[in-house]
Design a protein around this ligand. Structure first.
Ligand code: GLC
Length: 524
């Protein structure tokens, strides 16, 4: 595929996140791999996605499911080989699907040769690629709390402490060091040279630390979140991306302040960033409308495309989130034992699909969301693998469970062996096989929506205009012929009489009324 085919493809793409451990397993070891993805590429082609974002597939001791990278220029044997990755990139392109790889610049694996050299000798040049510091009065240099909870320093055998914002197996890199900067620019080139169309940047706002190592103090600048120096790095990365044609940089930027967030999207920095404001928004008309307005306004101000994200590999699946009476998003919300109404969650998730796929910008689909999967909250403690669990008592494994493809019982065609995390037996109705051809299924809804997204001229227009159908109804037009209406009120509503439903997330009631928690795409 030539990137020249569609300049700015990322501005309106549907980007599907493949979590390789859990997509499809080709060799029976219970862990997904590139062979599995290649064999199932047809699923993504039939779904109609524009691009795949591949979570890390590099050699890794898997202390954080691959987000602890030991070598950015190869593939972990559990997933396959570099030659297979290259074949996948080629096959995806042949199927009209672009490829995005995940780069993790904040930290690397403690098994990476740089860190091994740094540990071996305090005078090694690699020592300066990290944050080694003497302790304070025999204790660690700061009392910072890590991103997974717990401390951020581990003592090396020689007595110095090294910084890790995540697990001790993920030592933080020192981005002040020119060798670190140069290495990552070359890693970007390595993957761009292999034809990848974009880079997802992990923990993009963390890279720099205040070298004075102050404690975190309310009202004071944060010592390691969003330091201004990070923007120089992304300006340099943008220059690298611009050496090629049609390559996109997409940031994982968790940032409550909108103006700090959009700094990352200035014209000489990243092309796009994940909209966690939308992902975290409660199922509430006023909050959702405000979130959409805030998103559109902030992105317009910097000329960047908005993104719409409902789920990913770090958060509770949205069927489960939306199935709670209080849908306010909380990172830990599968801990508290709040009852979940999966039928309600599914109804809302169907409506949310029509919302996120019809707002202007690009939309992300996390694998399994097209099947209506819910969070597996029943993983036994001894099977949990997420390192966050030991530190915070919360696990992200419930959203990382292997996909159900076929058959009536686990492993549902995912593997010939034992899946690395258990799948709920109730997923027998949510397999690709069971849903294919069933017009009422989540899968067919996604397929139809993506087809319509390509076909409807209105959905290619940059703008949207709110339609005044009441405070509890989110309704907007895209161009003169297309509208989306989402009923967030408690009662059925009438649709505009001059419009014809093109696609509905659930059956209309007598008289063509749109039920609560249901969305419709309309053509005028
Ligand atoms: C990002 C990833 C997450 C990982 C963390 C550390 O937030 O999405 O899965 O644990 O960074 O790399």
């Amino acid at each position: 595929m030539s990137a020249k085919d569609a300049p700015g493809w990322w501005k309106s793409a549907v980007i599907y996140q493949v979590y390789p451990r859990s997509f499809a397993d080709s060799d029976g070891d219970g862990v997904g791999d590139i062979g599995g993805i290649r064999a199932r590429l047809g699923h993504l082609r039939d779904l109609g996605v524009d691009a795949i974002w591949m979570s890390p597939w590099y050699p890794s001791p898997m202390a954080d499911a691959g987000y602890d990278v030991a070598d950015f220029r190869d593939i972990d044997p559990v997933f396959g080989s570099l030659a297979e990755a290259e074949a996948l990139i080629e096959e995806a392109h042949a199927a009209g699907i672009r490829m995005i790889v995940d780069i993790v610049p904040n930290h690397i694996s403690s098994e990476h040769p740089w860190f091994q050299a740094a540990l071996a000798s305090p005078s090694a040049k690699e020592r300066d690629y990290f944050w080694f510091r003497p302790g304070k009065d025999g204790k660690m240099p700061t009392n910072w709390t890590g991103e997974f909870g717990g401390t951020t320093w581990t003592q090396a055998p020689d007595g110095d402490w090294y910084l890790h914002l995540f697990t001790p197996e993920q030592p933080d890199l020192n981005w002040e060091h020119p060798v670190v900067r140069e290495e990552f620019e070359n890693i970007l080139r390595f993957w761009f040279d292999r034809g990848v169309d974009g880079i997802r940047i992990d923990s993009a706002a963390l890279l720099f630390k205040d070298a004075a190592l102050p404690e975190v103090t309310e009202g004071e600048p944060h010592p390691f979140h969003d330091l201004d120096a990070v923007h120089d790095v992304y300006r340099a990365w943008r220059r690298v991306a611009d050496e090629y044609e049609g390559r996109a940089l997409i940031g994982e930027v968790w940032m409550p302040e909108v103006d700090r967030f959009t700094n990352y999207l200035r014209p000489d920095e990243l092309h796009a960033a994940f909209n966690f404001d939308f992902l975290g928004c409660a199922w509430d008309p006023a909050l959702m409308r405000a979130c959409i307005d805030r998103t559109l306004e902030a992105h317009a101000a910097v000329g960047a495309p908005p993104t719409w994200v409902l789920s990913n590999h770090d958060v509770t699946r949205h069927v489960t989130r939306y199935g709670r009476a209080d849908t306010t998003f909380s990172f830990d919300n599968n801990l508290d034992g709040t009852p979940v109404d999966l039928e309600l969650g599914t109804r809302r998730a169907r409506a949310a699909a029509l919302l996120s796929l019809s707002l202007p910008g690009s939309a992300y689909v996390y694998q399994g969301e097209e099947l209506g999967l819910w969070e597996n909250e029943g993983i036994p403690a001894e099977a949990i693998q997420d390192p966050m669990y030991a530190r915070r008592g919360h696990t992200r494994d419930g959203c990382r469970v292997p996909l159900p493809w076929s058959a009536d019982e686990p492993p549902f065609g995912f593997t010939a062996g034992e899946p690395w995390l258990p799948q709920p037996a109730e997923w027998k109705d949510r397999t690709v096989q069971a849903q294919t051809g069933d017009p009422s299924s989540m899968l067919e809804l996604y397929r139809s929506a993506m087809r319509a997204r390509r076909a409807e001229p209105g959905l290619h227009q940059p703008a949207m205009t709110w339609l005044p159908l009441g405070d509890d109804v989110l309704a907007y037009t895209r161009g003169p012929d297309f509208a989306c209406v989402l009923n967030l009120s408690g009662t059925p509503i009438a649709l505009p009489s001059e419009a014809t439903p093109l696609l509905v997330s659930g059956p209309l009631e007598d008289g063509g009324l749109l039920p609560p928690d249901t969305a419709a795409w309309l053509r005028f």
